[in-house]
Design a protein around this ligand. Sequence first.
Ligand code: MRU
Length: 356
Amino acid sequence: MSKKILEYNTVSLIEEDLSVEIIDQTLLPGTVSLVRLKTAQEMWDAIYLLKVRGAPAIGVFAAYAIYVLAVDISKKTSDVESFYNEFLKEKEYLNSSRPTAVNLSWALSRMDNVCQNSLMEAVGQDNEVMIGRALSALHDEACTIQKEDIDMCRRIGENGLQFIKDGYGILTHCNAGQLATSKYGTATAPMYLAHERGMNIKVYADETRPLLQGARLTAFELSSAGIDVTLLCDNMSGALMRSGKVNAVFVGCDRVAANGDVANKIGTSVVAVLAKYYGIPFYVCAPSSTIDMNTKTGKDIKIEERPAKEVTELWYKSRMAPEGIGVFNPAFDVTDHSLITAIITENGIFTPEIID
Ligand code: MRU
C-alpha cells in the first residue's frame, strides 16, 4: 500500500548523504517526489520556487540547510575566520530567498548565534577543534528547531480546540497544514485534534490563487487524513459565509507584528473583512517563531512580489491574459489586528484587547 502524504516528513536532514530532503510541493498533489538538496543554490531555489514553503517549514529547512552548508565549508577550509565568514555569506544568501516569513531569518539568526557562541567557547583550541564544536552545535540546534516546531504546533492545536464545536464549518485560506510545518500544521492543528477526538467538522478550503496552496495542499492533506473538506474558489467565500455554513475561520501566518497585525497569504485580509461583516470569529494560529516584536505594525512588513506569469500563465494550457498586461502579484497581505478575534499561539491566546 502506498504511503499517505502525512506519513512523509516535510523536511528531513539526511546525515549520511549530507543533504536536506523535502517533498517537492510544486508537484503535489499529483506526484509525491522527495528531493535531496546539497548546494546553496539548490536550497535557495527550493525556497524561492516554493518547493518547500509555509513559514515554519521554511525555518526548519533553513536551519538544516545552513548546517549542511557549514559542513561543506569545513571541508574547504580549516581556518576559523574564513569558516565563519563563509558561513555568514551562505546565511545571508539563504535569507535573501523570501522576505515575508520571519521564520526564515529567525531560524538563521538562531543558527548564527549558536555558531558564534560555540566558536567563542572553544577559543584557544585548535582551529579544527573549534570548527568541529561549531558543527556539532549547529547540528543539535537545527534538530531542536524542528522538535520545537512539532511541539509548538501540537500546543497550538490544544489551545485552539476550545474554539471548535461539534458540527462546525471551518473556513481556511492557503495551507497552514502539516506541509507548511513539521507536523500538525498551525491553523490545521485544532482541526486535526477535533477530528482525532471524534468531532464532526467540515472544512472549507479556499483554493488560494495564484499558486493554489489551498487546492493542491490543504484539500490534499486534510482529505488524506479523513477530514471532510470542500474546495472553493477564493471569490466564493462571501457566498459561503452568507449561507451560514461557516462558524469560524482559522488561518496561519507568516509574520505577526508587535501590534498584532499579521501578514499571511494574499487574500487572507479579504476573508477577515468578510468574516467581520458576517460576525464570524477569525482566528490566526502562530507559533512564537512567527512573532516579530522588532516589526512594529503591519505597515513595516515587507511583502514579497512574485512573477507575473504565476497569474497569467501558470496552470493554464495557454496564456490567459493579453501579452504585456501589467500584473499585480503580491504573495501576502496584511490583516489589521482589529479584524482578528484571537491569535492562538503555543503559549496562549492573544486578543486585540490584550495587544492594545
Ligand atoms: O507562499 P507560501 O505557500 O509559503 O505561504 C504560506 C502561508 O501563507 C501560510 O499560511 C503561512 O506560512 C503559515 S504556515 C503554518
